[in-house]
Design a protein around this ligand. Structure first.
Ligand code: NDP
Length: 500
């Protein structure tokens, strides 16, 4: 006998069968409607509540599941269980995003890309909430929200505004390194598969002897780097605003799984004290020659989510989700993000966002006394007792073996330490410029000029001074691309005192 699939009956939310799903209940064929048409009312009410607040940053995203496989022994640096042996596999979920764009923004816009990875480890979820750049625009979190305002719409015109963007950047020279990366070729990756990811912040690693080192994380694309020029990107966006989502989704559907090599850089505390830059400054990289990349494993994305909203839109990454063996560092930006990411999920998704399938631990269970009730609470057990300490043998207990080593801060002064003075904002931006070949330098200058040219003239001159200080050729090239005499940048540098 033929095995026919069972007919699925359409139902209400409560599971009752629906006989007619196309006609409203009316008094006569011309109406009016009846209040008792709960089917229609339910549909209208649910529709009105389909959106959750969009992320203030990283609103437009693409996500996929995958596998992380350890390829090298790093147990001398970290006790993290998921890194404990070569060949060990851990399930991951990755969400890529643009930073400034809204939910409807085009994928191929010039922007930093978010590169957030959730490792479902047996000792809890580890979220490495990174970007596709190794540095950031500011080093003090007090400037973060202000910076993001410059990337969003002008309060009056409701338009993106190059004037606000360059006004802020030209007044914050610590942004120069990241600005140089953003306007370089890597500022518009061709696909999400053709770009690196970086933890960007400095973190700490702790081994099973309780020894701590400082660490930076890198995901190096195995697909190679590929980019769009501004002109190519404009053409792509004209045809397809979802080019990155489309590429990633179908690459995975077709079994063309993207891979990245996961690496660390390691610095001892002693090296950190003597290093010529503040190793906890998010606007700086650690030169590869001095702190070589150490391979750790391979990240492969190999499964698309079944439901975009449930798994990608409701995914919640927070740098505060750390696991034993991986910890924070004094990096001021990281310290602020430890609070602000979890806080935004509480607002955006609600107090029980941890319990959604994509956010739950998958290789272990969470047992906590702090997570009580609230909207949409879905407990796995009765939750009794709901206080600590308690006298119940089967209730969750502390695990003193996970105690972290003390953190010696030495003799410090509490103050609003000025993050603008005493920093070299130019050498690393200049190093990057000098690393580019002539064609890359020229594209960089022209990309900048297309944007900076829309800002006020005094702002253009202030920013030209920064380019000149990074490298005189950088300053000249941008000045010429702006249609100004080549010596304008040097003259501007003489006019504007160095703020650091
Ligand atoms: P290194 O020669 O040791 O490092 C150069 C690194 O620059 C490369 O490994 C590569 O990083 C990155 N790079 C190469 N080409 C480009 C490009 N077209 N656009 C952006 N990045 C590129 O020198 P340093 O470590 O002193 O770094 C020099 C500059 O390179 C830095 O100031 C920084 O701007 C940039 N950079 C450095 C990174 C680091 O961790 N040291 C990481 C990324 C950029 P990758 O291998 O990650 O692709």
């Amino acid at each position: 006998m033929e095995n026919k699939p069972r007919r699925k009956t359409l139902t209400t939310l409560a599971g009752a069968p629906i006989a007619d799903n196309q006609n409203s209940l009316t008094a006569g064929p011309r109406g009016p409607l009846l209040m008792q048409d709960v089917q229609l009312l339910q549909q209208m009410q649910r529709f009105n509540r389909e959106r959750i607040p969009e992320r203030v940053v990283h609103a437009k995203g693409s996500g996929a599941y995958g596998t992380f496989t350890v390829t090298n022994d790093v147990t001398r640096y970290t006790r993290a269980a998921f890194l404990s042996e070569v060949g060990k596999e851990t399930e991951v979920f990755v969400r890529f995003s643009t930073v400034a764009g809204e939910r409807g923004a085009a994928d191929a816009e010039r922007d930093v890309r978010g590169f957030a990875v959730k490792f479902y480890t047996e000792e809890g979820n580890w979220d490495l909430v990174g970007n596709n750049t190794p540095v950031f625009f500011v080093r003090d979190p007090h400037k973060f929200q202000m910076f993001i305002h410059t990337q969003k719409r002008h309060p009056r015109t409701n338009l993106r505004d190059m004037n606000m963007q360059w006004d802020f950047w030209s007044l914050c020279p610590e942004s120069l390194h990241q600005v140089t990366i953003l306007f370089s070729d890597r500022g518009i990756p061709r696909t999400l598969r053709h770009m690196n990811g970086y933890g960007s912040h400095t973190y700490s690693l702790i081994n099973d002897r309780g020894e701590r080192v400082w660490c930076k994380f890198h995901f190096k694309t195995q697909e190679g780097h590929a980019f769009y020029t501004d002109a190519e990107a404009a053409e792509v966006i004209g045809q397809d605003r979802e080019s990155h989502q489309r590429d990633l989704f179908y690459a995975i559907e077709e079994g063309n799984y993207p891979r990245w090599t996961f690496c660390i850089q390691v610095m001892t505390d002693e090296q950190a004290r003597d290093f010529r830059w503040n190793p906890f400054d998010l606007t700086k990289v650690w030169p590869h020659a001095e702190f070589p990349l150490i391979e750790v494993g391979v990240l492969e994305l190999n499964r698309n989510p079944e439901n975009y909203f449930a798994e990608v839109e409701q995914a919640a990454f927070e740098p505060s989700s750390l696991v034993p063996g991986i910890g924070p560092s004094p990096d001021k930006m990281l310290q602020a993000r430890l609070m602000s990411y979890a806080d935004t999920h509480l607002y955006r998704i609600g107090p029980n966002y941890h319990q959604l399938p994509v956010n739950q631990p998958r290789a272990c269970e969470a047992h906590t006394y702090i997570h009580r009730d609230g909207p949409m609470f879905m407990p796995r057990d009765s939750g009794h007792p709901n206080y600590f300490p308690n006298s119940y043998d089967d209730a969750p207990k502390e695990a003193p073996e996970y105690r972290e080593p003390d953190w010696d801060l030495g003799s410090v002064t509490v103050a609003r330490h000025d993050s603008r003075v005493g920093h070299d904002d130019y050498t690393q931006a200049g190093n990057l410029y000098r690393l580019f070949d002539e064609a890359q330098q020229q594209r960089l200058a022209e990309n900048i000029a297309r944007s900076l040219g829309q800002a006020r003239e005094d702002i253009q001159r202030r920013q030209l001074a920064h380019f000149h200080r990074a490298d005189p050729d950088y300053g000249r090239r941008v000045a010429v691309a702006l249609g100004l005499p080549p010596e304008t940048a040097e003259a501007a540098a003489n006019e504007h005192a160095v703020s650091s």
